[in-house]
Write a protein that binds this ligand. Structure first.
Ligand code: ASP
Ligand code: MG
Length: 401
C-alpha cells in the first residue's frame, strides 16, 4: 500500500482496447489499496501526425504554436482514460500538465521543469480519485503551454514521483523491459532484472530507446527507482536504480549506433591550441563530438579524427573548412560508413580483461577497429557499418551467453 505513479506510453493507449487495458491495470493497483497517479502520452502516432499537420501549413512554424498543437495529443489521452476508469467504476479526474502544477522555463519544444506544485494532485488524491495527468507538457512564466521534448512523458512521471515521494514509479511500455541488446536483432538477448542509472544513461545515449534520457537523469538526481514493464504482458520488468547487486553481470548491454560520421582533418599544425580552436568551433555550432583520436606529430603536423552525429556532419565540415584555411591544416575527410559499437557495465570498473575480451571477439570475426574510446563503465569501438550487426552478436556472445 502506498502511492504509485504509473506512466503509459503512446502504444499502451493507442486505441479503445488498449485504453481499457490500462484502466484495468490502474484499477487493480487501486484495488490493492494504493493511491495512483497516472501519466499518459499521446495515443499511438498522434504526436507525429500533429507534426505532419503543422508541416502542411508551414515549413517553419513557431515553437510556441507547435507546443500548443502537440500538447493536444496528451489531452486526448487523459480525458479518454479518465472516462474509461469511470466506466469501470473507478473515481478519477484528468488534469493537464499545467493543472497538475508543471512550471517550466521558456524553451518551447524542449522546456525544462522548474517547479512542480503538487497541491491540486494531492487534493484530488485526498478525495480518493485516481489522478490522470498529461505527460510532456507544462506552463511557462508567460502562462504559455510548453512541451518537454520528444519522449518527455517519462520525465513528467519521474518528476511527479519525486515531488510526491511516491513509493514506486512504473513505466509501462510495449517491451518487457531493458535488454542486453536489441532483441529484434539478437535473439539471445536477455531481459535485465536490474540496471543502474549510470548504465541506463549510457545505453539510452547509445540508442536503446526504452527510457527518455532526461527522465533517467532526473530519476538519478532524486533517487527515484524506476520499473520498466510491459502493459500487455504482466511479467516482471527491469528495475533501474542507483546500485545493483555486485554478483550481477559484468556487462549489461551491447549497443550499436550507426548515426555517426567520422571527420578527419589532415596535416593539422602540431602546436598548442589547435584542439581548442577546432573543438570550440564545433561547440559554438552545438555539435556534440564523441570519440577523438589524433596521431602523434611528425614533421610538425598531425591528423585529427573525431565522430559527430550523422546529421551534423555537413555543418561541421562547413564550420571547419573556413577555419582550417585560416589556421593551417589540410584536407577534411568525411566518412559516413562507420558505426559505433559499445559495451556498458559498471562491473568493468573492478574487472580486468574486459577490453581484451571485446577485441578478441572482433578479431575472431576479422573485424577491423578504427577508433577506440573508454570510460569507467563503457568501451566503444568505431568499425565499418557493414560489420556492426556481426560485431554486436559476437561481443554479446563473448560476454553474455
Ligand atoms: N507524445 C510525446 C512524444 O511522442 C511525448 C511522449 O510520448 O512521451 O514525443
Ligand atoms: Mg509518443
Amino acid at each position: 500500500m502506498g502511492l504509485i505513479v504509473q506512466k503509459f506510453g503512446g502504444s499502451s493507449v493507442r486505441d479503445r482496447d488498449r485504453i481499457f487495458n490500462v484502466a484495468r491495470i490502474v484499477r487493480n493497483t487501486r484495488n490493492a489499496g494504493n493511491d495512483v497517479v497516472v501519466v499518459v502520452s499521446a495515443q499511438g502516432d498522434t504526436t507525429d501526425d500533429l507534426i505532419a499537420k503543422a508541416a502542411e501549413i508551414s515549413c517553419n512554424p513557431s515553437h510556441r504554436e507547435m507546443d500548443m498543437l502537440l500538447a493536444a495529443g496528451e489531452e486526448i489521452s487523459i480525458s479518454l482514460l479518465a472516462m474509461a476508469l469511470q466506466e469501470l467504476g473507478v473515481s478519477s479526474v484528468s488534469l493537464t500538465g499545467w493543472q497538475a502544477g508543471f512550471n517550466t522555463d521558456r524553451a518551447y519544444s524542449k522546456a525544462r521543469i522548474k517547479r512542480l506544485n503538487t497541491e491540486r494532485v494531492e487534493s484530488e488524491l485526498a478525495r480518493n480519485r485516481v489522478v490522470v495527468v498529461a505527460g510532456f507538457q507544462g506552463l511557462n512564466r508567460s502562462d504559455d503551454i510548453t512541451t518537454l521534448g520528444r519522449g518527455g512523458s517519462d520525465t513528467s512521471a519521474v518528476a511527479l514521483a519525486a515531488a510526491l515521494h511516491a513509493d514506486r514509479c512504473q513505466i509501462f511500455t510495449d517491451v518487457e523491459g531493458v535488454y542486453t541488446a536489441d532483441p529484434r536483432k539478437i535473439p539471445k538477448a536477455t531481459k535485465l532484472k536490474e540496471i543502474t542509472f549510470d548504465e541506463m544513461l549510457e545505453l539510452a545515449s547509445l540508442g536503446a530507446q526504452v527510457l527518455n534520457n532526461r527522465s533517467v537523469e532526473l530519476a538519478k538526481k532524486y533517487n527515484v527507482e524506476l520499473e520498466v514493464i510491459s502493459s500487455i504482458n504482466p511479467v516482471p520488468g527491469t528495475v533501474v536504480k542507483e546500485e545493483t547487486k555486485v554478483e550481477g553481470m559484468l556487462i549489461k548491454g551491447v549497443a550499436k549506433d550507426t548515426d555517426i560520421a567520422v571527420l578527419t582533418i589532415r596535416d593539422v599544425p602540431d602546436v598548442p591550441g589547435m584542439s581548442f580552436k577546432i573543438f570550440s568551433l564545433l561547440a559554438q555550432k552545438n555539435i556534440n563530438v564523441d570519440i577523438i583520436l589524433q596521431t602523434t606529430g611528425r614533421d610538425g603536423k598531425k591528423d585529427m579524427s573525431f565522430t559527430v552525429p550523422l546529421g551534423d556532419a555537413e555543418s561541421a565540415v562547413a564550420a571547419l573548412q573556413s577555419a582550417t584555411s585560416r589556421f593551417g591544416g589540410g584536407e577534411i575527410i568525411v566518412n559516413k560508413g562507420f558505426a559505433k559499437v559499445s559495451i556498458v557495465g559498471a562491473g568493468m570498473q573492478s574487472h580486468s580483461g574486459v577490453a581484451s575480451t571485446m577485441f578478441e571477439a572482433l578479431f575472431n570475426q576479422n573485424i577491423n577497429i578504427h577508433m577506440i574510446s573508454t570510460s569507467e563503465i563503457k568501451i566503444s569501438v568505431v568499425i565499418d557499418e557493414q560489420d556492426a550487426d556481426k560485431a554486436v552478436a559476437a561481443i554479446h556472445d563473448a560476454f553474455i551467453n
